[in-house]
Write a protein that binds this ligand. Structure first.
Ligand code: FMN
Length: 403
């Protein structure tokens, strides 16, 4: 199948610009032999390339290009299929934007275009090309330093131990994972993550319960979370707990139970944040909205978990404005390489800034993900890169330091 791939990248510092023609000549030969078309634009700092050809051949060329040390920060903008090549002549063409004005470059690129329809009707690939030539998206090109420039140093003194003896053998327990502000070197919050009596995930454990048991266990388990949090000492931090949205609806006096258990451990409601998952909320939005009014009235704040993974997405924010949202790991993973993920995160950040909603990025595993998100304006992070969940305790946080 004929496929199109578009990416942009940043030229590496030491590359001699005179060698680019040589690069294009060699690539031209390879592309011709593998039936690939490559349109390469260069503006002095960034490359933009459109590759067209049989899917397997485009993938093979692109995977070599990704390994090429002459550029870095590759961001894939589009991967699509087309009925015909936009640029019919197989091989490679290099357009240097420094040598001509925008209009001339655009004209000469479009002159190479060999399908009449794309010239007449809107075509995403050509729109991307035009946007690059006109430098309209430049503010979103983040220069991410190499991951090797950072070291992550665990501060063992921050480790905290709870009390395993608080939990009976047949009871649930909690693993705690920090939410951190790496630039301030600060743990801003701890999330209490439920584990079943045998250490199971909440999903596995909840699957064994009846509907009535489920909501009761979900609510009553928070007694242990609060007691453990007190042992851990969480002054100055918030504690995030997860609740099934329907627990608040189905269990009478659920909010009073939470408030009593907090008070018993010397916690204040303003210190506690309840996280809900968006796809569970939309099944009964009215009942849920009534329940969260009670939470808010008591001073407890609200976070939307796994934001972007469910079905409600941004439209949910027209009905419920939480204090925070946690962007789902599926959007976070490899964000530094993906144009679509970057565009979605920019949109989420813009929307949340207008609504004064705080944003947490969860599931951070790679330094590049963290660096890209910091550059985009995210300041709070959760993930294995910084600290893993630890049963009945808090593991040391690995803080980034420049080498
Ligand atoms: N190589 C190609 O075969 N086709 C291309 O279209 C192509 N475009 C490139 C664009 C840029 C910005 C850069 C930096 C390199 C490009 N290359 C291209 C070169 C490849 O990265 C690689 O050096 C080449 O395919 C030879 O592969 P090899 O070094 O594994 O033999």
């Amino acid at each position: 199948m004929l496929s199109t791939l578009i990416y942009r990248s940043h030229i590496t510092e030491h590359v001699q610009l005179e060698t680019l023609n040589d690069l294009a000549r060699k690539a031209n030969k390879i592309n011709k032999s593998s039936d690939v078309t490559g349109i390469l634009l260069f503006n002095g700092t960034h490359f933009f390339q459109l590759l067209e050809g049989p899917e397997a051949a485009v993938k093979a060329v692109y995977s070599r290009i990704c390994q090429d040390p002459r550029h870095h920060n590759l961001v894939e903008l589009l991967r699509d299929y087309a009925p015909a090549r936009r640029f019919g002549h197989v091989g490679m063409e290099l357009f240097d934007l420094r040598l001509h004005d925008q209009e001339t470059v655009l004209e000469s690129v479009l002159e190479k275009c060999t399908t009449k329809y794309q010239m007449t009707y809107a075509d995403r690939a050509l729109q991307f090309l035009r946007t690059f030539v006109e430098a309209r998206e430049k503010e979103n090109y983040f220069e991410i330093p190499a991951a090797s420039g950072w070291t992550f140093i665990r501060n063992e003194t921050e480790q905290r131990e709870g009390d395993a003896a608080l939990v009976a053998a047949d009871e649930v327990s909690f693993a705690f994972q920090p939410i951190v502000d790496p630039f301030a070197c600060e743990i801003v919050s701890l999330e209490a993550l439920l584990r079943g009596p045998q250490g199971e995930s909440p999903l596995d454990y909840f699957a064994r319960l009846t509907r009535e048991q489920l909501y009761q266990v979900d609510l009553r388990s928070k007694k242990i979370a609060f007691a453990q949090a007190k042992k851990l000492g969480i002054e100055g931090m918030t504690l995030s707990i997860n609740l099934l949205p329907m627990t608040l609806v189905e269990v009478p006096d659920a909010v009073s139970f939470l408030l009593d258990e907090m008070a018993a451990q010397g916690l204040v409601p303003e210190q506690v944040m309840v996280e809900f998952t968006e796809n569970e909320i939309i099944s009964q939005p009215e009942a849920f909205e009534a329940a969260i009014r009670q939470l808010k009235a008591a001073g407890i704040s609200l976070a939307l978990d796994d934001f972007g993974a469910g079905f409600a997405g941004l439209s949910l924010l027209t009905r419920i404005q939480p204090d925070k949202i946690k962007i789902d790991r599926a959007i976070i993973s490899d964000v530094h390489k993906s144009g679509p993920k970057q565009a979605i995160i920019h949109a989420i950040l813009k929307c949340c800034a207008s609504l004064e909603i705080g944003v947490i990025a969860e599931g951070i595993e790679q330094p590049e993900e963290w660096m890209w998100l910091e550059a985009a304006g995210v300041t709070q992070f959760q993930g294995f890169l910084f600290s893993e969940p630890e049963l009945n305790g808090v593991a040391a946080v690995a803080w980034p330091e420049l080498i």
